[in-house]
Design a protein around this ligand. Structure first.
Ligand SMILES: [Zn+2]
Length: 71
């Protein structure tokens, strides 16, 4: 399991916005709550965004299926 961390800040503002917005919180059972301290990374050829929900602070990991990420 190797993880390559990408530079979240180097993504376009539009991409940053949807990546932190389009989320699902298992704990709150609500979508689009938004996450803080986002970390963007690649693991086993898949891209993920990880962060803490702004509402409940639970850890959120979402796979990114769009191909817009600047590596
Ligand atoms: Zn939550």
């Amino acid at each position: 399991m190797s993880r390559t961390v990408l530079d979240f800040e180097s993504q376009s503002e539009t991409d940053q916005e949807w990546m932190v917005r389009e989320t699902w919180c298992d704990q709150c059972k609500k979508p689009d709550l938004g996450i803080g301290n986002p970390i963007l990374y690649i693991e086993d050829g898949r891209k993920y965004i990880e962060g803490n929900y702004l509402v409940c602070d639970a850890l959120c990991i979402s796979e990114i299926t769009a191909t817009i990420i600047n590596e």
